[in-house]
Design a protein around this ligand. Structure first.
Ligand code: ATP
Length: 334
């Protein structure tokens, strides 16, 4: 079966890790026509827009995109492309499975978490203004609609995937109205899913428990900002940002991307670990019904990692992105 998929190579390490995925997909004989689009600084330089209209049209048409990281300028410049894309396409659920991979050095064994991050509001609403010189107000928007929608997503995901528990993460002791509404919405949804145990943790305590006993957590549902922070923390539990995938899911379309950013410190050095984007791309293959090929590539990746001879530097190896990609291609072709 052939597929047309939008591809955003991104910047920083983005082009290197997307190229790696494309090569591995070719080795698996996947019939994919990639519609390439730029975004962020590269698009801004070309068409004076960081999120070009033709990119959004391409994703709306194809319903599926694979996205490399796109740098967001810090404290100045255009607004985040990542946030803009999620809002424009209403990709309200950010799903990030965090698991140990055999052969990947990590602090813990037995970690198997699902992070469900609300993707459209909270402090990411981008509503900020200077009240008077020296005083800035950043608005944290929490709505019952978005909170209920993400809680329903978390419980449905738990049910469909045989998960054991859903934990809502919040700071409702301080933000009694905003996080209070998030929590109340989660509770209401939990009452319609009595077969799935539900509990709650305050975000700071949750972080402590996660770094002490990650195996005690299962599905986490979080507002946008806590979801961002806790995702990186959880990536650290299983070997770092190089190995954790993600999907941004909406009713109409889906954009698959790694948890990591553009990693400018290692960009262009052929050092990046493509595993996180590859695992995201495998989630994409499952999503479009290419489960068999996804499994084949997953097994090939698993063999290369478990064998441990060819590993990128973030995993204490010395292999380049290209060497690691070659090794997976060889395994896929076997
Ligand atoms: P953002 O705020 O854009 O999401 P981030 O805070 O997640 O970015 P990254 O740019 O992802 O930060 O990178 C943090 C560090 O993690 C990098 O400096 C790099 O050393 C490491 N890192 C991230 N992704 C990878 C990867 N795929 N392979 C190897 N190292 C990586």
């Amino acid at each position: 079966m052939s597929h047309v998929i939008t591809l955003i190579p991104g910047d920083g390490i983005g082009p290197e890790v997307t190229e790696s995925v494309i090569r591995i997909f070719k080795a698996a004989a996947l019939d994919i026509e990639w519609e390439r689009h730029d975004a962020g600084i590269t698009a801004f330089k070309r068409v004076n827009q960081s999120l070009p209209v033709d990119l959004l049209e391409s994703i709306r048409r194809n319903k599926v995109a694979l996205k490399g990281p796109v740098t967001t300028p810090i404290a100045e410049g255009f607004t985040s492309v990542n946030v803009g894309l999620r809002k424009a396409l209403n990709l309200y659920a950010n799903l990030r499975p965090v698991r140990n991979l055999a052969g990947v050095p990590s602090r813990f064994e037995g970690v198997d978490l699902i992070i469900v991050r609300e993707n459209t509001e909270d402090l990411y609403s981008g509503l900020e203004h200077e009240v008077v010189p020296g005083v800035v107000e950043s608005l944290k928007i929490i709505t019952e609609k978005a909170s209920t929608r993400i809680a329903e997503f978390a419980f449905e995901h738990a049910r469909q995937n045989g998960r054991k528990r859903v934990t809502a993460i919040h700071k409702a002791n301080i933000m009694k109205l905003g996080d209070g509404l998030f929590l109340e919405s989660c509770r209401a949804v939990s009452r319609n899913h009595l077969d799935i145990p539900y509990d709650e943790r305050i975000v700071d305590a949750a972080c402590m428990h996660l770094v002490m006993h990650p195996e005690k957590f299962d599905v986490l549902v979080l507002p946008n900002l806590y979801g961002d922070i806790v995702s990186d923390l959880c990536a650290g539990l299983v070997g770092g940002l190089g190995v954790v995938p993600g999907a941004n899911l909406g009713k109409e379309s889906a954009v698959f991307e790694a948890v990591h950013g553009s990693a400018p410190d290692i960009a262009g050095k052929n050092m990046a670990n493509p595993t996180a984007l590859l695992l995201s791309a495998l989630m994409m293959l499952d999503h479009i019904g290419e489960r068999q090929r996804a499994e084949r590539i997953r097994a090939a990746l698993g063999r290369v990692l478990a064998e441990g001879r060819i590993r990128t530097r973030d995993l204490d190896g010395d292999a380049s992105t290209t060497d690691f990609t070659d090794a997976i291609c060889r395994e896929v072709e076997k």
